[in-house]
Write a protein that binds this ligand. Structure first.
Ligand code: NAI
Length: 329
């Protein structure tokens, strides 16, 4: 049998943590043959709640779960980590300015980046879920100079899955009929879901929705982009199970690869492709093979897509400049 994989989850006592940990322990993250050891990181006030979740994990008697350790210290939590899921973050509260939000998150993601740099396994994969996810990933990456930059990624898979679900609904297709969806840019309402290069049962997705640019611009893009707010409005709490599910999908695809002919969406350090400034962590369509991702090249970017791509990238550049100014990168 395989040796266990160390999975560190930050914000383990939060609502995404509660939805995520049981699926990791059940084998959904790394497959039915891979034992896991969970390393939970929380702030001191939430350690007790994390202990409660650990008791429930024990009570599931998951065959693949070989241990659970709980920490309030990042250095210890990331020691030997193979898969790091950075979920805990400082949420934006009413009246909070962007600079305050970025600064508060810098206080979380800088030490976590340093801890990953100090103690992670050589094959570490990092997924940042905590918002502002792309820029938090950039901060962590900047403080882990010994870890290859491409190991730091941020989650746009939830937007990707939402884009599939909304397109399936519109066309009456099954979600499995939809391929080659891509999210470009920031995990924020500015993100751009690309229908021009997507397919429904092999047919171009934009044509499958009747080449209806008004629907694309006024309904589809805002519905996908503002889905998080709609969930809060309906549920009285932010997306948790769907976010956890997307995090599972993101890592599972990174480990197992994308199906032949298809791609996925990951926010990754830009290499300058499609004019996205090098170094910012932006979502791209990527294929994954042998646990290495590559940006899909040569896609058509019509004027509407280019305008949206420019806007979401400008937002990311603004966030990067702001964290630079704050001395966080
Ligand atoms: P939550 O508030 O229920 O849980 C967050 C947890 O993080 C809390 O238990 C808190 O104690 C912990 N935490 C705070 N600072 C920490 C630190 N320095 N180290 C370790 N743990 C720390 O929030 P929820 O709903 O679980 O969401 C977590 C994050 O995920 C939020 O930032 C949210 O905006 C983001 N999110 C991202 C999505 C994406 O698609 N990228 C989708 C949905 C949520």
């Amino acid at each position: 049998t395989q040796s266990p994989v160390n999975v560190t989850v930050t914000g383990a006592a939060g609502q995404i943590g509660y939805a995520l940990l049981f699926r990791i322990a059940s084998g959904a993250l790394l497959g039915p043959d891979t034992p896991v050891k969970l390393r939970l990181l929380e702030i001191p006030q939430a350690v007790k709640a994390a202990e409660g979740t650990a008791m429930e994990l024990d009570d599931c008697a998951f065959p693949l779960l070989q241990g659970i350790d709980i920490f309030d210290d990042a250095k210890a939590a990331f020691d030997g980590v193979n898969v790091a899921l950075l979920v805990g973050a400082r949420p934006r509260t009413k009246g909070m300015e962007r600079a305050d939000l970025l600064e508060a998150n810098g206080g979380i993601f800088k030490p976590q980046g340093e801890a990953i740099n100090a103690g992670a396994a050589s094959d570490v994969k990092v997924l940042v879920v905590g918002n502002p996810a792309n820029t938090n990933a950039l901060i962590a990456q900047a403080h882990a100079p010994d870890v290859p930059a491409e190991r730091f990624t941020a989650m746009t898979r939830l937007d990707h899955n939402r884009a599939i679900a909304q397109l399936a609904k519109k066309t009456g297709a099954a979600t499995t009929d939809i391929t080659n969806i891509a999210i470009w840019g920031n995990h924020s309402p500015t993100m751009f879901p690309d229908l021009y290069n997507a397919k429904v049962k092999g047919q171009n997705a934009f044509e499958a929705v009747g080449s209806d640019l008004d629907w694309y611009r006024d309904e589809y893009q805002p519905t996908v982009g503002k889905r998080g707010a709609a969930i809060i409005e309906a549920r009285g709490a932010s997306s948790a199970a769907s976010a956890a599910s997307a995090a599972i999908d993101h890592i599972r695809t990174w480990v197992d690869g994308t199906p032949e002919g298809d791609w996925t969406s990951m926010a990754i350090p830009s290499d300058g492709s499609y004019g996205v400034p090098e170094g910012i962590i932006s979502s791209f369509p990527v294929t994954v093979k042998d646990q290495q991702y590559s940006i899909v090249q040569g896609l058509e970017i019509p004027a509407f897509a280019q305008e949206k791509l420019d806007a979401t990238v400008a937002e990311l550049v603004g966030e990067r400049d702001a964290v630079k100014e704050l001395g966080l990168i």
